[in-house]
Design a protein around this ligand. Sequence first.
Ligand code: 8ID
Ligand code: ZN
Length: 351
Amino acid sequence: KIPTEQWAQVIDKVGGPLQYKKIPVAKPGPEEVLVNIKYSGVCHTDLHAVNGDWPIPTKLPLVGGHEGAGIVVARGELVTDEICKIGEAVGVKWLNDSCLSCTFCQQADEPLCLTPKLSGYTVDGSFQQYAIASARHVAHIPEGVPLDEVSPVLCAGITVYKGLKESGAKPGQTVAIVGAGGGLGSLAVQYAKAMGLHSIGIDSGEEKKNLATKLGASAFIDFATSSDIVKDVKAATKDGLGPHAVILVAVNEKPFQQAAEYVRPRGTVIVIGLPAKAYIRAPVFESVLKMIRIQASYVGNRQDSEEALDFFARGLIKVPFKTVDLKDLPKVYELMHAGQIAGRYVLKMPD
Ligand code: 8ID
Ligand code: ZN
């Protein structure tokens, strides 16, 4: 039976504070499903939303979260079994809905939709027991997959997998993962490996170094202790010419202004991280003579999501995560703000 009230983490204004309280359970619209969220990963995007870091305002009051894994418990009258079944395990992703009609949606660039709904940003997300999502956009979680471990795949996994595909890096080539010990980075190292790529991890501290190395990075560079990152990254590639691609998933502007200098000639810099008010910078002269490419990547479409989940279901991706209760979200944000999370935190919803 679906209750009328549920536990949620809510902010009323930019900056918080978070309020752990009971709010009403929403009813799905004609093309929506109601998902009983069991677990939700916490992405740095959720903290950017609380802090008002970005130029687009969030809805308020806001329930954050966009890595929600749960079970469909109700659906609107236009949702058939072909679209989404009651009792099915699904993921509530950042892209909660897109119109499927604009020029971008028509070409399967759903993240570029002109009228998207974003979970935990423009609509309430997964830091609650019952979340609403568009039936055509929920991710279908393969059977037998544990909902706690898979939840971070729903944003972090999909995003880095898409970024690696967009980079054009081919099996046998090398990618640098900037922010390799964080949520996105720790999955990027593994997707890279599964795609036949070598990876160089860049982050800071023993814990993140050990994690990135254990997950498959062939070299690690500590950004806090390296006296010359550009030189060190190049030196970590076999021929000293630098990585074929750089995947930027850090939450600090510095590396976004450095990557163009160590990427290999003909190489690609993929911009994914979204530090507040940051700019990308590259020297024109060297960029031209090296014919480099700088490109951004934004989550993934439904097909990317299915593929990223399939890598997980095949056992190629192990999410390094710790679980805490929904009520403990403030502690997770504190650790995240301090850069002290190696891997991901996953919230367990109350029963
Ligand atoms: O679709 C997208 N483009 C998308 C999707 C999901 C998330 C973008 N994001 C954005 C988030 O909004 C956030 O800005 O990606 C960024 C990373 O999210 P995350 O992985 O959830 O954050 P984290 O777990 O805090 O990891 C960040 C890591 O960066 C390292 C930190 O040590 C941490 O491990 N880092 C920092 I801060 N500065 C660094 C530097 N100079 C650095 N690593 C290397 N060099
Ligand atoms: Zn995210």
